[in-house]
Design a protein around this ligand. Structure first.
Ligand SMILES: *Cc1c(COP(=O)(O)O)cnc(C)c1O
Length: 437
């Protein structure tokens, strides 16, 4: 097993791969699990020959769809080590050292965001779970502020460019989503003020997106923070994708001005901070407000809330209980490589995105849809129909030359390139761009 992992890591990312068929896979797996155990080498062979080729490798540098990840070797190896100890990162009582190291990382992220040094939170599985946990706190805090009982619905304002999981979370917590359409694809103070004046009954929170999934744009954070603090509502910043640039690229910092005023902030290290899946950081400005909402009580559990164990229970800051201490691989990688290496890696992908935009501008059959703010580049192929984009994207993956998914921008189908992997080179992009000729 260890030699398989060593070989895997020495060889770098998997080939792009292509999805398998449900019937074939079911057939290939038939009978693998039975009453009598099997030789692990046989089972590993099934994994390598049947399962692995169906993975479309997110860390392959020509994978440019969605938001890929590019986990570092140090973080990946440390993730294995974490798996080798049965470490349940729920309580200070059970996992104090792990929680202390995770908190060191959260402190570093909070300081880079400009949050006060009393800020804190926990690591969760992903931006979806982190946003959901933060919004529960926003909702309950608003109910207290407005003097509403637990059965009353509150309103949460969000732009039409937010990640779909955010709308899902608002519905799950029984709040009312007030979706603001954004002509500029950025939530602004004016859009928020209009919504507050005309549509909102019980104002609880506004969610700003710092790095929208479709185009990588940053909402007008500082102006939104002004309106939020004037109206007393919770200011949540979803920087699941953009957090890498916000916290590790000083040159991008101006775009994120206002992030330091967040009541809660979400950053996904499994996107742009080179952590293995799954890892999201949730940080509250006032962690005690989260603790008041999320702490779970049970007689057999009371010991974890005894004064001497109360230091910091990650279970008090989100809706979860059992969890991997998934901040540890990031802690190890930050310590081993140093923060400057993270800055270099983030800057490399930002630069590659700008170089792609320049390449597109100089290619006669292509047009840039808008200049990239972060590392998403939307590309128009002159004369193409939606079907042309789909066929091109499918062909690219089939030939194992790359994976770029189409999207829709202002009603028009275009190609969406997202670059978060520092190993994505301009050479690779030139080949992909040439395939659009
Ligand atoms: C990716 C993303 C999410 C969802 O995060 P997961 O880690 O996939 O759960 C939420 N918001 C934004 C802005 C994202 O980019």
């Amino acid at each position: 097993m260890l030699s398989t992992v060593r070989r895997r890591m020495a060889n770098g990312p998997l080939p792009l791969g292509s999805p398998g068929g449900q019937a074939e896979l079911k057939k290939a797996l038939d009978g693998v699990i039975g009453p009598v155990g099997r030789d692990p080498r046989d089972v590993l062979r099934i994994y390598e020959e049947v399962l692995e080729p169906t993975f479309v490798a997110m860390d392959n540098p020509t994978f440019l769809a969605f938001f890929q990840g590019a986990p570092s070797q140090a973080a990946t190896l440390f993730d294995m080590l974490v798996s080798s100890v049965a470490l349940r990162g729920v309580t200070w009582l059970g996992a104090s050292g792990a929680v202390a190291a995770e908190n060191q990382v959260l402190d570093l992220l909070a300081a880079r965001a400009g949050l006060p040094d009393t800020a804190g939170g926990c690591f969760l599985s992903g931006g979806s779970a982190a946003n959901l946990s933060a919004l529960v706190v926003a909702r309950d805090t608003a109910r207290r502020r407005l003097g509403l009982d637990d059965s009353r619905q509150v309103d949460i304002i969000v732009s039409d460019q937010a990640h779909p999981s955010v709308l899902h979370a608002i519905r799950i917590i029984g709040a009312r989503p007030i979706v603001v359409t954004t002509p500029s694809c950025r939530l602004t103070a004016a859009g928020l003020e209009t919504a507050l004046r005309e549509r909102v009954v019980a104002p609880a929170a506004v969610i700003a997106t710092a790095g929208t999934p479709n185009a990588g744009l940053v909402d007008d954070l500082a102006a939104i923070a002004d309106v939020a603090s004037r109206s007393g509502i919770w200011f949540h910043v979803d920087a699941a994708y953009g957090g890498g640039a916000a916290l590790f690229d000083p040159d991008s910092r101006a775009v994120f001005a206002g992030i330091e005023r967040a009541d809660s902030l979400v950053v996904d290290p499994h996107k742009w901070l080179f952590s293995p899946y799954d890892c999201s950081a949730l940080i509250y400005r006032r962690p005690q407000s989260a603790r008041a909402v999320h702490t779970q009580r049970a007689a057999y559990f009371d010991v974890i809330h005894d004064a001497e164990h109360l230091e910091w229970n990650p279970s008090d800051f989100a809706y979860h209980s059992t969890r991997r201490p998934r901040g540890l691989p990031l802690w190890f990688a930050l310590a081993v490589y140093g923060t400057a290496a993270f800055e270099d890696a983030v800057r490399t992908s930002l630069r590659t995105a700008r170089e792609l935009a320049a390449l597109v501008e100089s290619t006669p059959y292509l047009e840039s849809v808008l200049p990239p703010e972060l590392s998403v580049v939307l590309v128009r192929r002159k004369g193409w129909s939606p079907r042309d984009y789909q066929l091109w994207s499918a062909g690219l993956l089939e030939r194992q030359e790359g994976f770029v998914a189409p999207t829709i921008w202002a009603g028009e189908t275009v190609a969406r390139f997202a670059i978060l992997n520092p190993r994505t080179s301009v050479d690779m992009l030139e080949k992909i761009v040439a395939s659009m000729a």
